[in-house]
Design a protein around this ligand. Structure first.
Ligand SMILES: [Zn+2]
Length: 330
């Protein structure tokens, strides 16, 4: 029989579910900094799945995904162990911001963290040591922008993570290429890439939307996490996937503007465009004259449109991906 599983103050014997916290330290006034976590310990042996929400504090749909998944999870019917982090970065959550206000660090660039580092590094370290190590699979739930297509990210050349992305079941899968941009963006410090380097297959579902709950995106996350548990043999039941899924390459193809203005998009996330096609226009608020046409540099799928249409020179109007393999589920 499996042992009791502890993560922070959460402690679950086989067949039990337990909520708890990871104690990280405290604010200047003494308020404790605590990360809420959960462990569901199955009544049967099986793999260990790590699922995280809330590393970026504005991204709320994943927290609601976790509430629904964890509420429905009956440990007596579970094989293996579900380890969940409910709000990985409570400081950025309180600030309603992407980053913790005290170190202005993106917590998803500092994995696996440091025990004696900045507050973001310490939070990452506690989660990684206590929850991620020993996992057989990892799902790091994010939302990206409100104008972003729901998709799941996996690294190029990583078949095990790609398999997870496929069963998670978003229509769009994004293959992250490890190029120069990847290095510059410190993507090696993402939780997903750190876990993969440690031999744990991992995906980043970008459900889309932030700072509010959106039912369709929450639903995609609940189906996705449940699908992953079925795929791993932790739960019984059919995996639910769309009829058509396709891979998009190039995570970082941003279309930046040379002229400032207000961006009026003429395409939607999910649209396919050809090189030279118009993505939208920029106009001046001084006389409403059009100052530029924004076009696609290549054949692409539109992944997201600038959330805020107020663009200065150098800002990004849209993110594009190159369409790759298309396949049907099954
Ligand atoms: Zn995020």
């Amino acid at each position: 029989m499996a042992d009791t599983i502890a993560f922070g103050t959460a402690s679950a014997a086989p067949g039990q579910k337990s909520f708890g916290v990871l104690a990280i330290g405290n604010l200047a006034d003494g308020t404790p900094i605590e990360i809420p976590v959960v462990v569901a310990n199955g009544g049967r042996e099986g793999p260990r799945l790590f699922v995280q929400a809330g590393v970026h504090g504005k991204e709320l749909n994943p927290i609601e995904v976790m509430r629904r998944v964890v509420t429905d999870l009956d440990p007596a019917r579970l094989a293996g162990v579900f380890v969940g982090v409910l709000i990985a970065n409570p400081l950025s959550f309180e600030a309603r911001d992407r980053k913790a206000p005290y170190d202005q660090e993106d917590m998803n660039r500092v994995w696996p963290g440091k025990p004696d580092g900045t507050i973001s590094q310490r939070m990452a370290y506690a989660i990684y040591e206590g929850g991620v190590k020993g996992a057989d699979a990892l799902v790091d739930l994010h939302t990206g922008y409100s104008t972003m297509l729901t998709h799941s990210v996996f690294g190029e050349g990583d078949a095990r993570s790609e398999a997870l992305a496929r069963v998670f079941g978003t229509e769009v899968l994004l293959m992250e290429e490890h190029d120069e941009d990847w290095q510059r963006a410190r993507f090696a410090g993402k939780l997903r890439n750190t876990a993969v380097a440690d031999g744990i297959p991992a995906i980043t579902p970008e459900l889309g939307g932030h700072s509010k709950f959106e039912e369709e995106r929450i639903g995609a996350g609940v189906v996705g996490v449940t699908n992953v548990m079925k795929h791993l043999g932790m739960l019984e039941g059919e995996i639910v996937r769309p009829a058509r899924q396709y891979v998009v390459r190039n995570h970082l193809t941003r279309v930046s503007v040379d002229t400032g203005g207000l961006f009026l998009a003429t395409v939607q996330p999910g649209d396919e465009v050809r090189a030279g096609d118009q993505l939208g226009i920029l106009y001046s608020p001084r006389d409403f004259g059009q100052v530029a046409t924004v076009t696609s540099p290549n054949d692409a799928v539109v992944l997201s449109i600038a959330e805020n249409p107020v663009l200065h020179t150098g800002d990004s109007a849209a993110m594009l991906g190159k369409k790759g393999e298309e396949f049907s589920a099954g």
